[in-house]
Each structure stands twice: as structure tokens, then as C-alpha cells.
Design a protein around this ligand. Sequence first.
Ligand code: ATP
Ligand code: MG
Length: 275
Amino acid sequence: MGRIITIAIPKGGVGKTTTAVNLAASFAAFERRTLLIDADPFGACSMSLGFTPEKTKGGLYEVFNFVYSMTQVIHRTELAFLDFVPANVKAPQHEDRLQRLSENRTMLRNVLRQLVPHYDYILIDTPPFLRGLTTNALSCSDSVLVPMKSGHFSLEGVDKLFRHLEWIRETANRTLQVEGILQTMYEPHLKVTEISDRELQLRYRKHLLRTSIPKNTHLTEASFYGKPAILFNATSRGTLGYMELARELMGRHAVPNAAAQAGTPASGLQGPAQG
Ligand code: ATP
Ligand code: MG
């Protein structure tokens, strides 16, 4: 059964999308059957994977509107083990409608049910707020991965998210776990990093991941060229950081690679949508 991990924190620009795309690509590089779902109407995952509107044949928007099934909007990517479901929100009124539809918290859970056995990992990227799609994603996930821009003292976003997780556990998803807090854009030699590290250790030590992602411009450049960093510069510090993160998480979940499994390959599920 695939592990569903939502990447969330109610704070913008901290590396949620970068983490979703590059962690997904790293799992795929390790031959874990991986599905990345863009649950942010802004659609940044699409841009980071080179899915222009012409290459996009439907997405979460159509699934929530019952136009397509989830399998029909799975897009293949340049990586054999990575599939992708875009948000495909093209107009502001679509965004409003998607938000309204996602007030039904079981929406994603229902549409994901049939896919879970076919993947090792399902990663969900979310917008920088908690209502609607983020709540939907958290309600159907096994865990949440929390990116934090290093060197920022305010843990307000993490505190807010953790309060929200309590509510989700009480009302929708009793077993929701914290996968961990990931420090992104990490600059180890700065004084501010030292101070924020200390604060994080004090408050959230048990959730802090061993891996942190260094500040690395190749990650931004890669997304500009519509590629996960591993296909842009396989040896950049950003790429290696996300590979290390994948290794850390796989070590916990002990998911064997697909070559060792007899299950259906992810691509065997795909409908007409191709990227
Ligand atoms: P939003 O809340 O707006 O969706 P986000 O949390 O998804 O934002 P990203 O879009 O992943 O954040 O990252 C914000 C910016 O920081 C982007 O320009 C991205 O390329 C850059 N960035 C992310 N991680 C790193 C890193 N490790 N080193 C350097 N730049 C990074
Ligand atoms: Mg984002």
C-alpha cells in the first residue's frame, strides 16, 4: 500500500513545491512507484515539471467536478517511476469552485482509494493555507511533511499547523502522523541559522528530520527549465539533499523497490492523459 504524504505549512515561499517535486523525483530515482498530486490551484508543480497548458489533459479540477476519473488525469513524466496529477485550474472562477468542492473533506480520500495499491508513495503539494484543499489532503494522508525555511525565527506557521493537525485527528483522520520538519534553504554558517536551529531543537526536536536541504540556486533554475533538479544537475547540492531526504524516509518505511515487487507498474494504470 502506498504511503500518502502531504507537504504542508500555512506559510508561503518556504519550499513546499520544491520539496514535493524533488522528493517525488528522488523516490522515483530509487525506483519507488511515485505519484505527485498538485493540490495547489496555483499549479507550480506543473511548471516545475514542464507541463504547459497544451501538455495538460485534465487534472484535479476535472476530477472534483466528476468530468474525469483520477486514472484519466495521471500524466507520465520524464522519470519512469514518477506519475503526476496536475491541478489544472485555469481561471479564478475555477479556483473558487475547486475550493468550494474541497469543503467536502472526503473528496480526495474517495478519489485516491483505487490508486493507493499501485504506488509506493503518493505526495501531495498544497497551497500556503489550511482550509479547503490542504484540509482535504491532510484528511486522507498517512503523514505530513513540514518544510521550514531555515534562519527564520517565527515558528508561528508550524504552531498553527500542529494545532490544525490536532483538529484533523479529532474529526477526520485519527492516525495522521508527522513525517517530520524539514529545514529548507539551509545556510549552516549563518548566525541566524544557529539561533533558529536552537529554537527548533527546543520546541520540535522529536519531529526534526536529520536531513536539511541546502540553499542551492540549481533548484530554482531547474524549476525554471521545467525539470526536477535530478534531471537538470544530478550532482548539485540541492539534488543530493533531496536524495538524502528520500533515503532517510525510505529507511523508516522499508518500502522495497519496484523491481523486487510483483505489483502493477504505475504506468499500467494510465488513461488517455499523457504529458
Ligand atoms: P508557495 O507557498 O507560494 O506555494 P512554496 O512553499 O511552495 O511557496 P517554493 O515555490 O518551493 O515554495 O519555493 C519558493 C522559492 O524558493 C522558489 O523560487 C524556489 O525556487 C526557491 N527555493 C526553494 N528551495 C530552495 C533551496 N533549497 N535553495 C534555493 N532556493 C530555493
Ligand atoms: Mg508552492
